[in-house]
Design a protein around this ligand. Structure first.
Ligand SMILES: [Zn+2]
Length: 166
């Protein structure tokens, strides 16, 4: 059976992340260190973690995270960032193969307001599959309408789909 993740409110998601994260100063560093909730990795090497975020607007969302704590494009090494984007491309291709979405957004977003509960300054790239004709960035990158959470089993099923397409 296809996974049917549960929709929870933005407030509930923020509360869960706050409790899981504790006092960790950087969300992305905490994820890389397995210090905040379950990390379901699709790929990992010395420089990057490619993983399934626990709270998503579109099921199938993947996160490509630099392991090093880097918060600006001035301080990131050019070759390293090229490898980050090569991994985002590989991820997008795996998503196309595994889930056949209508479109995939690839975006390095992050917080403009300092380190937030669910949004980090630490550089990372979102790879987000879209399944609806009328999906827009505002629908996908805002949590106002709630976020989906999968069970550990659903996340592992998704990871296995991506590994098969990797
Ligand atoms: Zn960090």
């Amino acid at each position: 059976m296809a996974p049917v993740p549960t929709l929870i409110s933005r407030a509930e998601a923020l509360d869960r992340i706050s409790r899981a994260r504790g006092e960790a100063p950087c969300l992305m560093c905490a994820i890389v260190a397995r210090g905040v909730g379950e990390v379901v990795a699709v790929y990992e090497d010395d420089e990057h973690l490619v993983s399934l975020p626990l709270y998503v607007r579109r099921w199938g969302h993947v996160l490509v995270t630099l392991k090093k704590h880097v918060t600006s494009y001035t301080e990131v090494d050019t070759e390293l960032w090229a490898r980050t984007n090569a991994l985002a491309l590989k991820t997008a291709r795996a998503i196309e193969k595994a889930r056949a979405p209508r479109r995939i957004y690839v975006a390095s977003t992050g917080s403009s307001g300092g380190e937030l509960v669910n949004c980090s300054e630490h550089l990372h790239v979102h790879v987000v599959p879209l399944y609806e004709k009328d999906d827009r960035p505002a629908d996908v990158f805002s949590w106002q309408a709630g976020v989906y959470v999968g069970t550990s089993e659903e996340l592992h099923q998704l990871r296995d789909q991506y590994l098969a397409a990797w």
